[in-house]
Design a protein around this ligand. Structure first.
Ligand SMILES: NC(=O)c1ccc[n+]([C@@H]2O[C@H](COP(=O)([O-])OP(=O)(O)OC[C@H]3O[C@@H](n4cnc5c(N)ncnc54)[C@H](OP(=O)(O)O)[C@@H]3O)[C@@H](O)[C@H]2O)c1
Length: 252
């Protein structure tokens, strides 16, 4: 039996990834604050289990409770493989340093950094206890490697995820788990809407992002999820710890 734990599966890329897993008959555990009835009915039609764990990842108490629920569902005697897709993410605060608010920075780091680290931590423990193999996919961003005005928090959190992925891969070398980060490029999701609504004072390059939308240059989350699924088809070829970039994968 295979499970996919997908955080942020209520919309955007997470929803598209969860849909692909359901279509591949993998049971899905979706983690987010809001639910997704379309995924639930698709799973019912496909005859796979679909669980929604309602959890605000910016709150440690909810995260702990959510992890207990997930562990109970995913790590059973019959389970042989578990995918963990750390996809939930926030872009806020888009603001220059000096104008940042403590609460927004704290929540951002909790969702983008602390939550994925603690999800991997718990799943590794459960998987190693049961002898289950894991496929860990941390969704990152090109911003991890770029310096962007107004994006200090987001670039820092995604850079942290890349380094976490590399360290994890080093520690788990030859333990049989697949571990990598996936940089999805620019996609037509709510997150891009938030980016476009920024002011030029907070984000100097906002015009470029408005143009991407106007000129139809944002990819659909379904296409981006499809590229990830193609990569997962040949797990033996995957290099643990690497950041796979959509742009490199589609150029091949
Ligand atoms: N869009 C892009 O162009 C782009 C580019 C590069 C990288 N990425 C990365 O791709 C991933 C997905 O982004 P997206 O564009 O699909 O974003 P999105 O459309 O804004 O969706 C974000 C998802 O994260 C969940 N989420 C946010 N805050 C949460 C919280 N406090 N607790 C639980 N869940 C939370 C949301 O669920 P609820 O609101 O229901 O909780 C939602 O399902 C992110 O890691 C992002 O950094 C996106």
């Amino acid at each position: 039996m295979q499970y996919a734990i997908v955080t942020g599966a209520s919309r955007g890329l997470g929803e598209a990834i969860a849909r692909q897993y359901i279509l591949q008959n993998v049971h899905v555990i979706a983690v987010s604050r809001s639910g997704n009835e379309e995924l639930r009915s698709l799973a019912e039609k496909q005859g796979v289990d679909f669980h929604h764990i309602s959890c605000d990842l910016s709150r440690l108490d909810e995260l702990d409770k959510g992890l207990d629920q997930i562990a109970e569902i995913a790590f059973q005697k019959e389970t042989h493989y578990v995918y963990l897709v750390n996809n939930a993410g926030v872009i806020d605060p888009i603001e220059t340093v000096g104008q940042l608010e403590a609460d927004a920075v704290q929540k951002h780091m909790q969702v983008n950094v602390t939550a994925p680290i603690l999800f991997v931590n718990r799943c590794l423990k459960e998987a190693n206890d049961l002898g289950v193999s894991l496929g860990i996919i941390n969704i990152t961003s090109g911003a991890a490697e770029k310096t962007i005005h107004g994006w200090s928090t987001y670039s820092s959190s995604k850079a942290a995820i890349n380094r976490f992925t590399e360290t994890l891969a080093l520690e788990q070398e030859s333990k049989g788990h697949t571990i990598f980060a996936y940089s999805p490029g620019v996609m037509d999701t709510d997150m891009q809407g938030e980016i476009r609504s920024s002011s030029e004072d907070s984000f100097a390059d906002v015009g470029k992002f408005r143009k991407l939308k106007e000129e139809g240059d944002l990819r659909s989350p379904d296409e981006v999820a499809g590229v990830l699924m193609n990569l997962l088809k040949e797990p033996k070829k995957i290099e643990n710890g690497r950041v796979y970039k959509l742009y490199d994968l589609i150029r091949k």
